[in-house]
Design a protein around this ligand. Sequence first.
Ligand SMILES: CC(C)(COP(=O)(O)OP(=O)(O)OC[C@H]1O[C@@H](n2cnc3c(N)ncnc32)[C@H](O)[C@@H]1OP(=O)(O)O)[C@@H](O)C(=O)NCCC(=O)NCCS
Length: 191
Amino acid sequence: MARPVLRTKRIELRPMRPKHLPLLHELDSDPAVMRHLLGRARTPQEIDDFWGPRCAETRADTAGLGWWVGFEGDEFLGWWDLGRSDSDPDSDPRVDETEIGWRVVRRRWRQGLASEGARALLAHGFDTVGLRRIWAETLAVNAGSRGVMRAIGMRHVRTEHRQRHEPLPGAEEGDVIYEITRAQWRSRHTG
Ligand SMILES: CC(C)(COP(=O)(O)OP(=O)(O)OC[C@H]1O[C@@H](n2cnc3c(N)ncnc32)[C@H](O)[C@@H]1OP(=O)(O)O)[C@@H](O)C(=O)NCCC(=O)NCCS
């Protein structure tokens, strides 16, 4: 199953491809967007090195997973992902649990977009792909990302304290892991 195009009220989520690389430059060159991820903007070279291979990935497609870019009309909104990357040595597209993530352009923050796209990915993951559990993680201090996790019905399951090669502001408060199971998701949607 190749990653499908997914649609919500406002967002069209399209499989990420190499032609989207310039949009990822726009996103990751904003230091506010990268604040809790790197503590600074990515350089153009870092963006090419990180996103180039991911735009070209197709292995996760065998499970209908991977990276999507979101648009409202012609306007680029950000990306959402469901599933590990090919470059992750633990990646196994056959497993029935996986990670979800999101990143939205700064001018469109606080408009419910990250949650709206993420809900579409949860529905896809649980109903179409048949996943059993989806988790997300972020720095404890990343209130925006935690807000998305809460808004889509995920619950905090643990906080971890990790060693980092480079210092990241707020990392001393740890990384939080949230999750939602298919049963929890279905009970929210069947009332
Ligand atoms: C995190 C991010 C994706 C949130 O996107 P968004 O479209 O603004 O999120 P939403 O509008 O869907 O907000 C969802 C909830 O979080 C809350 N929220 C969003 N940003 C917040 C912030 N900075 N501080 C506190 N709460 C916040 C919203 O009020 C909303 O809560 P509600 O459901 O009670 O109304 C966006 O800020 C971003 O791209 N940040 C940089 C990249 C990043 O940190 N990605 C996650 C890495 S793990």
